[in-house]
Design a protein around this ligand. Structure first.
Ligand code: HXC
Ligand code: NAP
Length: 283
């Protein structure tokens, strides 16, 4: 689908880039010519991922430790990557923390942990790089990872839902405010993609496929490559006129959950015959 050089020499930072969706996006970007910087808290895991990604793609990967909840560490991380590559073209705000819990069980520290990573962390990274781009009089592209419950909210992941809704507001707001500086900002709202981080924190048994297959119109979870291809499009120059948009990639799952009559999917042909007869008999 993509020309092999579609991201040639673009310097891309991915927060949380050593695992899950961050790593899948990173590998795809490398295959398409990008130079990558990945950042998160666990340096050993980051460096191992960086080595495997270099090995798999032959691309350049720079691993920098950073806790995105700490604004000073974020500024240092952006500076270190800028110095290393001489510039930065793209930021993917992907790092997140999340777990399922009844909200009344949460301590304030638990709330802070999730809001700190998702909302504040995204904001700090966006601000640090945005200021640099503006000062250097050059533009760039940002891509934020949301979730479909940014619109709907969701029981049992309330700090994450509140944080993702905040990130959506940030995306839409800055897409307008910073367009004059040549900065473009979009989001992706994924449905269920089977990563260890998401599944272990959110499902009993650590496997999305069981509960998702039943309620997803496409009867499957997403493939990491599918998300990585969407991300590639949204950071590439091919999407140059898309700004402030959040693209859902979930097989139609949230629409199925919202649709008043989605449950009729469960009716048999016999049930449909009965319902048709009943409906026609109204005359
Ligand atoms: C209730 C919990 C908890 C749980 C932690 N806490 N886990 N409370 N239920 N399951 C509480 C702790 O007791 C503590 O409060 C506070 O939260 C902070 O916990 P720490 O372990 O000290 O925090 P920290 O080391 O910073 O870890 C952050 C984390 C952790 C979010 C808790 O899970 C993490 O690092 N996650 C990173 C990976 C991740 O979450 N990936 C999932 C992304 S999926 P007290 O008061 O006891 O001190 C996603 C969307 C998926 O975002 C959507 C699918 C469709
Ligand atoms: P994941 O593998 O657990 O990724 C989370 C990443 O964030 C990890 O690499 C983690 O690395 C990093 N991180 C956590 N706290 C951090 C901090 N304080 N500072 C810096 N980095 C931190 O989960 P994933 O499924 O790939 O999720 C990726 C993104 O997609 C998230 O934004 C998530 O909300 C979103 N999403 C995922 C799904 C899904 O089904 N998988 C669905 C909807 C949305 P360290 O532990 O090394 O810090």
């Amino acid at each position: 689908m993509f020309q092999a050089d579609v991201l040639k020499d673009k310097v891309i930072i991915i927060t949380g880039g050593g695992t899950g969706l961050g790593r899948a996006m990173g590998e795809r970007f490398l295959e398409l010519g990008a130079k990558l910087a990945i950042t998160s808290r666990n340096l050993a895991r980051l460096e191992q991922s960086a080595a495997e990604m270099r090995e798999a793609t032959g691309g350049e990967v720079f691993a920098v430790p950073c806790d995105v909840r700490d604004a000073a560490q974020v500024e240092q991380m952006i500076e270190q990557i800028w110095q290393h590559y001489g510039t930065v073209d793209v930021l993917v705000n992907n790092a997140a923390g999340n777990f399922a819990a009844p909200t009344e069980r949460l301590s304030t520290r638990a709330v802070d942990a999730v809001l700190g990573i998702v909302l504040h962390g995204t904001f700090y990274c966006t601000l640090a790089l945005g200021k640099k781009w503006i000062a250097e009089k050059r533009g760039g592209t940002m891509l934020n990872l949301l979730a479909t419950y940014a619109w709907t909210g969701s029981a049992y992941v309330v700090p994450s839902a509140a944080a993702k809704a905040g990130v959506m507001a940030l995306t839409q707001s800055l897409a307008v405010e910073w367009a004059k500086y040549g900065i473009r900002m979009n989001g992706i709202a994924p449905g269920p993609f089977p990563t260890a981080g998401a599944q272990q924190g959110l499902t009993l048994g650590g496997d999305f496929s069981q509960f998702v297959v039943d309620r997803n119109p496409l009867k499957r979870v997403g493939q990491l490559r599918e998300l990585a291809n969407l991300a590639t499009y949204l950071i590439s120059d091919y999407s140059a006129y898309i700004n402030g948009e959040v693209v859902v990639i979930d097989g139609g799952e949230w629409l199925a959950g919202a649709g008043e009559f989605s449950m009729l999917d469960k009716l048999s042909d016999e049930d449909w015959d009965k319902l048709e007869a009943q409906a026609r008999s109204r005359k």
